[in-house]
Design a binder for this molecule. Structure first.
Ligand code: ZN
Length: 260
C-alpha cells in the first residue's frame, strides 16, 4: 500500500491506476491535503499512511513546475495550506498554483507578505537547485525501499548482545525458545499470575521456598550455583551476565528441567 501511495506522490503517469487517481480521485486536490473521510476503505487506509511517509520523502526544489505551492510538503513546515489557510489570499497567489510562481531565475521571488504569521514561510525556505524538481525517497538511490517503509511503521527494537545465543545455524529451535523465555524472565514459574491457583513452593527445595524465576535460575539449592548473581535487569537492553557466562547449554538444561 505504501508503494502505491509513493507512486501517486511521484505522479508516475506510466501507471494507468495512478493516472486514474490523479484524474478522478484527486482532481484539483493534492494527495497530501485531500480529505480522507471519503471513498473506499482501501483508499482511506492508504491516505492514512501519508503522514507517516512524509518524513522519508525529500523534496528537492528545482524550477517548481511539478510541486504544489500550498499543498505539497516541500516546506519544512509541511503543507502550507494546512498551517496558513489564508496564505493564497494574503500572497495573491492561486490555491492551485505551482511552486514556480514564487521562483524567478533560480531564486525565490515571493510577493510582499504583510501578515506576520505568514512571514514564517520565508524564514525557512529550502535552497533551490538547478533543473527540474526531484521528489525522492530517502535511500541510497532515491527509489522506494520496502524495508525502510516497513521500519517506519514497525521501528526495530534495541539490539541485544545475547542475540548470538539464539541466532545462527546448528541451534535447536526448541532449546532456543526456552532459552529466550529464560532470558526474558517468562518461564512458567509458580510466581506467574496464571499459575497462582497451584500455589506450591519450589518442588526441588526441601524448605518450601517460593518458586520464582530468580530462585529457579540463581538460588535454587537443587542446582549448582552460578558464578555470580545479579537480579535480572531490563532483559531487552542488556544480557543477563549470568546467562552469558554460564553458556547457553547450561541455562537450557536448567530451563528444560524447569519446563518439565
Ligand atoms: Zn528451589
Amino acid at each position: 500500500m505504501s508503494k502505491h501511495l509513493w507512486a501517486v506522490i511521484k505522479q508516475n503517469r506510466n501507471s494507468i491506476w495512478v493516472d486514474w487517481v490523479i484524474q478522478i480521485r484527486l482532481r484539483d486536490c493534492s494527495i497530501w491535503t485531500v480529505k480522507d473521510n471519503k471513498g473506499a476503505w482501501g483508499w482511506r487506509k492508504m491516505l492514512s499512511l501519508r503522514h507517516s511517509l512524509v518524513s522519508q520523502i525529500h523534496f528537492c526544489v528545482g524550477n517548481g513546475d511539478s510541486i504544489s505551492l500550498w499543498h505539497d510538503p516541500w516546506h519544512p513546515l509541511g503543507p502550507l495550506i494546512s498551517r496558513f489557510p489564508r496564505g493564497p489570499q494574503l500572497t495573491s497567489t492561486g490555491h492551485l498554483d505551482k511552486l514556480s510562481v514564487v521562483i524567478k531565475d533560480g531564486q525565490w521571488n515571493w510577493p510582499m507578505i504583510t501578515d506576520i504569521a505568514c512571514l514564517e514561510i520565508t524564514y525557512m525556505l529550502p535552497t533551490i537547485s538547478e533543473g527540474q524538481d526531484i521528489i525522492s525517497w530517502k535511500s541510497k538511490d532515491g527509489s522506494f525501499n520496502t524495508s525502510t517503509a516497513y521500519e517506519l511503521f514497525h521501528p526495530p527494537g534495541p539490539k541485544v548482545i545475547w542475540s548470538s545465543l539464539l541466532m545462527g545455524s546448528f541451534k535447536i529451535p526448541k532449546n532456543c525458545f526456552i532459552l529466550w523465555l529464560a532470558i526474558m524472565g517468562r518461564l512458567s514459574t509458580l510466581d506467574k499470575p496464571w499459575l497462582h491457583h497451584i500455589g506450591a513452593p519450589c518442588i526441588m527445595c526441601p524448605d518450601g521456598v517460593p518458586e520464582t524465576h530468580d530462585h529457579l535460575l540463581f538460588s535454587c539449592s537443587f542446582f549448582p550455583p552460578l558464578p555470580c548473581h545479579h537480579p535480572t535487569a531490563d532483559p531487552t537492553s542488556m544480557a543477563p551476565p549470568e546467562l552469558a557466562t554460564r553458556g547457553s547449554m547450561g541455562v537450557i538444561q536448567m530451563a528444560w528441567k524447569a519446563c518439565g
